[in-house]
Design a protein around this ligand. Structure first.
Ligand code: 13P
Length: 252
């Protein structure tokens, strides 16, 4: 059972050092009165990682990693270099990397394996396009993305990843998946993961904001969110953290 609620921001190619400092100040858990089981993380551009390294309240992650240890790979960043900045999470296989930078499922799986070898937790993103959903291919597409990771990782390592289901048609469009629609895919993913499925945090991503987080996070197989646009607004992100916290408290 995954008992925490995960609130993970993805700043994409946005932000600044001053905004990072503002978020470090504004996300102090005791000031927000957050339950212990809320995990807050921000995946930021590499140049902002260090600004979060002193924070005890926010885990910090990168948005991409090289498959290789070091060498002649101009413009790439290695696991060791990320860790030196205090990073302990990394997004791999975001749909923007798959689509705009032609990353294959094999490459994404190699990146997840590379992250784990160096002690970083990979947040593996999967999801179908609108056209694939309309063609009834959601489970085929998401299944292929997950199987590539299952093939690449050593037995026992799969349970160390986090997974984010991000339907491509819901990213940056304001068109959130209905909670039941997201839950349907999440419960299917959990089943595909077999024994590891009960241990892996499954995050939903795609137009999550304070107005819809409660309904989404209440779903049985949704353990939190991977949040793009709304994670750049401190008030909005604080509200989502508080919503997550309320869900961890005993009801009634
Ligand atoms: P939005 O929340 O802006 O739709 O982005 C989602 C996302 O891509 C998070 O990784």
């Amino acid at each position: 059972m995954v008992s925490s609620v995960f609130v993970v921001g993805n700043w994409k190619m946005n932000g600044s050092i001053s905004r990072a400092e503002e978020f470090c100040q504004g996300l102090r858990r005791f000031e927000l009165d957050l339950a212990e089981q809320v995990e807050i993380a921000l995946c930021v551009p590499d140049t902002l990682l260090a600004a979060f390294s002193a924070s005890e309240d926010v885990r910090v992650g990168a948005q991409n990693i090289s498959e290789y240890d070091s060498g002649a790979y101009t413009g790439e960043i290695s696991a060791d270099l990320l860790m030196e900045q205090g990073c302990d999470l990394v997004i791999v296989g975001h749909s923007e990397r798959r689509q705009l930078f032609a990353e294959s499922s094999e490459q994404v799986a190699n990146k997840a394996a590379q992250a784990l070898r160096h002690g970083l937790t990979p947040i593996v993103c999967v999801g179908e396009t609108e056209q694939q959903r309309e063609q009834g291919r959601t489970f085929e597409v998401v299944g292929e993305q997950i199987q590539a990771v299952q093939r690449e990782l050593k037995a026992g390592d799969i349970e160390k990843i986090w997974l984010a289901y991000e339907p491509v048609w819901a990213i940056g469009t304001g068109k959130t998946a209905q909670p039941e629609q997201a839950q349907e895919v999440h419960s299917w993913i959990r089943a595909q993961l077999g024994k590891a499925g009960v241990k892996i945090p499954l995050l939903y991503g795609g137009s999550v904001k304070a107005a819809n987080a409660d309904q989404l996070f209440q779903q049985k197989d949704i353990n939190g969110g991977l949040i793009g646009g709304a994670s750049l607004d401190l008030n909005e992100f604080q509200s989502i953290c508080k919503i997550a916290s309320a869900l961890t408290k005993p009801k009634g």
